[in-house]
Design a protein. Structure first.
Length: 201
C-alpha cells in the first residue's frame, strides 16, 4: 500500500534569537513514523520541534499537516491535533499526578469535563503505559526526576485522538529499564497508527 505524506516541511527557515539555524529545510513523513532528531547541544533541535508543533512561527516556509499549513489553524484546534512536551517541566509541585496527566486532555474536553469517568479512564491508561499508575495519588513534587518525566510523557500521550506526539528529550533522567519500556510503548502505538509521528529530540 502506498504511504501518503502526513507531515511536511516546505522550504522551512528557522532562527533562534536572530541566529539562523535552518534554511530551506524540506522533508516529508508518512503516518505511523517514529522520527528522532539528533544533533549537538544548541544545534536547534528544540527550536525545530517548537516550529513543528506550531508553538513558534518560521522565518519562511511552511509546516503542513495533511496538506494544511498548521499556522492557519487556531491554537485550540492545533492543540487537539498535536500533543507535545518540552525539555522542562513548568508545572506546580503541589499538583497531583492524575491531575497533571489529565491536563493533556484539556484541548479536547476543556476544563468543564475535568476528571470525568471518561477522562479518568484515559488517564489510567496513559499512566499504565508509562508505568506511573502507582503514583497517581501523589503530588508531583514528591517524585524523582525520572518519575516526573514519565508523568509528563503520560500527559502528552493521554489524548489518543491526537495525530502527532512531539516529545523533546523524553528519556532525559529516566533509567534504562523505563527507557526501553517507553520505546516499546511508542513503537506499539505507532505500529497501530493511532498517531502520526513521534518526534524525539
Amino acid at each position: 500500500m502506498k504511504q501518503t505524506t502526513f507531515l511536511e516541511a516546505s522550504e522551512l527557515s528557522i532562527s533562534n534569537n536572530g541566529t539562523p539555524l535552518f534554511k530551506s529545510l524540506n522533508f516529508s513523513l508518512t503516518k505511523g513514523s517514529i522520527v528522532a532528531v539528533i544533533g549537538e547541544n544548541g544545534s536547534g533541535k528544540s527550536t525545530l520541534l517548537d516550529h513543528l508543533a506550531g508553538i513558534k512561527k518560521a522565518l519562511g516556509g511552511k509546516v503542513l499537516m495533511q496538506g494544511i499549513d498548521i499556522n492557519t489553524l487556531t491554537a485550540p484546534h492545533r492543540c487537539k491535533l498535536i500533543a507535545s512536551i518540552g525539555q522542562n517541566d513548568h508545572s506546580c509541585d503541589d499538583i497531583m499526578v492524575n491531575d497533571r496527566i489529565a491536563q493533556g486532555l484539556t484541548p479536547r474536553f476543556g476544563t468543564h469535563f475535568y476528571l470525568s469517568p471518561q477522562i479518568r479512564a484515559l488517564v489510567k491508561q496513559a499512566a499504565h503505559l508509562t508505568q506511573v499508575d502507582h503514583l497517581l495519588s501523589r503530588p508531583l513534587g514528591t517524585l524523582s526526576g525520572g518519575e516526573r518525566k514519565r508523568v509528563n510523557i503520560a500527559r502528552c500521550i493521554v489524548d489518543d485522538e491526537a495525530l502527532i506526539y512531539i516529545l523533546d528529550e523524553p528519556f532525559a533522567g529516566i533509567d534504562l529499564r523505563h527507557q526501553q519500556k517507553l520505546c516499546d510503548t511508542l513503537m506499539s502505538l505507532a505500529n497501530a497508527q493511532k498517531t502520526g509521528h513521534y518526534f524525539v529530540a
